[in-house]
Write a protein that binds this ligand. Structure first.
Ligand SMILES: Cc1cc2nc3c(=O)[nH]c(=O)nc-3n(C[C@H](O)[C@H](O)[C@H](O)COP(=O)(O)O)c2cc1C
Length: 82
């Protein structure tokens, strides 16, 4: 998930609204990206939504800051090796 203006994105919320019944009691892993904050604020916000819909977010998360530095116009996502 990306972060837009300090919150979770509308597309993810729409997907959760549509699918949450079949995701009830499932674990939730969060992979977030953004600029300086790596969407950590958006990830915290979406935990409030999924827990209320009876899903269980795990504490461990993948958070990718400055994602624009990892994207090549032609090759797409280019992870660093360091
Ligand atoms: C309108 C807008 C607001 C954004 N707000 C944030 C933000 O609050 N925090 C953050 O870390 N990144 C922010 N970003 C960066 C995005 O999270 C994301 O890294 C970037 O838009 C590229 O991903 P995308 O193509 O999936 O949108 C923002 C981007 C846009 C276009």
């Amino acid at each position: 998930m990306p972060e837009y203006n300090f919150g979770h994105n509308a597309e993810l919320k729409n997907a959760i609204d549509y699918l949450h019944r079949e995701w009830t009691y499932k674990p939730v892993g969060l992979v977030s990206y953004g600029s300086v904050s790596a969407c950590t604020r958006g990830a915290q916000m979406i935990k409030q939504v999924v827990t209320t819909l009876k899903m269980t977010p795990v504490f461990e998360a993948v958070s990718i800051p400055f994602v624009h530095q990892l994207i090549d116009e032609e090759e797409g996502l280019v992870p660093t090796t360091s």
